[in-house]
Write a protein that binds this ligand. Structure first.
Ligand SMILES: NC(=O)c1ccc[n+]([C@@H]2O[C@H](COP(=O)([O-])OP(=O)(O)OC[C@H]3O[C@@H](n4cnc5c(N)ncnc54)[C@H](OP(=O)(O)O)[C@@H]3O)[C@@H](O)[C@H]2O)c1
Length: 252
């Protein structure tokens, strides 16, 4: 199978890294020339990756086209490209809906997918909407796929994907605090990475338990976890989190 990525930025790099760590049988990957630095780096690193001359040439050469451009660029360029009717289109674009993509591309085989950077290490959830067995088979090799029938529901998952940066910021704030207390930066960051990673892995290991139980099991009455949680609740930390999710949701 030949596949192509329109837009060679962060998410394209991660998906391609994941593909070459997986068992997927890909004969050729074409990437669009922009971003030049990223495309050069990818084509140098992987023999099967070639830079197309332009966007139309890429579309002409592949069975599946992955749309990995920003919404603004998508609105601008998609309508001027000629897609083939038997071509599968997989869109990573956050805020252009399926109806619009079908209209722009004059193609009915459109699936929206939400990959995240850790697809590069074949980890994490990958939302697929609507259900599509071939697309699922492809992404099953790159992470944990979750199929959503309804595009409206998938918008909720787009919204929660905005919590990557806040999650890392929480790690950074914790490590900055350790540094202020005199801990060496490297030691602080190593500790924080291990701590948050172990918590995430443990929650997967205990996937039969509701998260509410993990919250309660990780505190001793009157202990330090109970204190931290109560104080954060009092300061409306989690209410603010909900408000922020609602506000991001409005973009979809
Ligand atoms: N990053 C994520 O974690 C993530 C996750 C899921 C979905 N997405 C979605 O994936 C899309 C891309 O995100 P990203 O983070 O990868 O953004 P990005 O790093 O900014 O990549 C976008 C790429 O599009 C290129 N581009 C600009 N104009 C173009 C044109 N006319 N033709 C072809 N390529 C063009 C840019 O090149 P220049 O640098 O030269 O402008 C850049 O390489 C977005 O819609 C985003 O919502 C991202």
């Amino acid at each position: 199978m030949k596949i192509g990525f329109l837009g060679t930025g962060h998410i394209t790099s991660s998906v391609i890294e994941g593909i070459f760590k997986s068992k997927l049988k890909i004969t050729k990957i074409y990437i669009s020339p922009r971003n030049r630095l990223v495309s050069k780096k990818l084509s140098k690193k992987f023999k099967k990756v070639s830079i197309s001359k332009n966007n139309q040439q890429l579309v002409d050469m592949v069975n599946w086209v992955f749309l990995a451009i920003t919404p603004k660029v998508g609105h601008k360029i998609l309508k001027d490209l000629n897609f083939k009717s038997n071509q599968k289109i997989v869109s990573f674009i956050s805020t252009i809906n399926i109806k619009e993509i079908k209209k722009y591309t004059k193609n009915n085989k459109v699936t929206r997918v939400i990959p995240m950077p850790f697809i590069g290490i074949k980890k994490g959830p990958i939302i697929i909407c609507p259900k599509d067995q071939k697309v699922k088979n492809f992404f099953d090799k790159l992470g944990k796929t979750i199929e959503i029938k309804n595009e409206k529901v998938s918008k909720n998952f787009w919204t929660t994907s905005s919590f990557m940066a806040p999650f890392y910021q929480m790690m950074k704030t914790t490590s900055d605090w350790l540094v202020k207390k005199g801990v060496n930066r490297k030691m602080a960051e190593d500790y924080v990475r291990e701590f948050f990673s172990a918590l995430s892995q443990d929650s997967l290991f205990k996937n039969k338990l509701p998260l509410k139980q993990l919250v309660s099991e990780s505190q001793t009455p009157g202990g330090i976890n109970a204190q931290a949680l109560t104080e954060l609740k009092k300061k409306k930390f989690y209410k603010i989190q909900q408000k922020v999710l609602n506000s991001v949701f409005k973009r979809f």
